[in-house]
Design a protein around this ligand. Structure first.
Ligand code: SF4
Length: 132
């Protein structure tokens, strides 16, 4: 497969789990799998930007959402994309209730750890997709 895997997090401004999702995104695209992943601005998708929409239609796309409103998934689908995997930060919290995010602007050690756990799950999924 020669296309990058697109990873689209929700914007999640003002929501701690939105911040965790973005932290996880950056860990994957900048540190864990920089050569095979990319992202696109959710706002561009929402605004109907043709290039952004084409990227999620033509590349395998993973979404990360901070709450059940699932803005990343909804907007990828509205752009004609079909996510190959959908992640919810709350699921990580459910599995690791000992991790309490400090605040929206300062995730604290536990929040970064939650993001790292999510990032590792996503990186594993990226490997699976890339090998198809
Ligand atoms: S999914 Fe939830 S946290 Fe993320 S942008 Fe939408 S409303 Fe905000």
């Amino acid at each position: 497969m020669n296309k990058h895997v697109m990873i689209v997090p929700c914007s999640g401004i003002g929501k701690a789990y939105g911040s965790v999702g973005r932290d996880a995104l950056y860990q994957v695209i900048e540190e864990m799998r920089p050569n095979v992943t990319a992202t696109v601005c959710l706002s561009l998708l929402t605004l109907g930007d043709a290039d952004a929409q084409a990227q999620v239609r033509e590349s395998p796309t993973i979404t990360i959402d901070g709450c059940p409103k699932a803005c990343a998934k909804v907007n990828v689908e509205a752009a004609g994309g079909k996510p190959v995997a959908e992640y919810r930060v709350f699921d990580v919290y459910r599995a690791h209730k000992e991790l309490k995010v400090r605040s929206v602007s300062n995730l604290g050690k536990a929040g970064h750890e939650m993001a790292r756990i999510l990032a590792e799950e996503i990186a594993t999924k990226v490997d699976e997709i890339s090998q198809q």
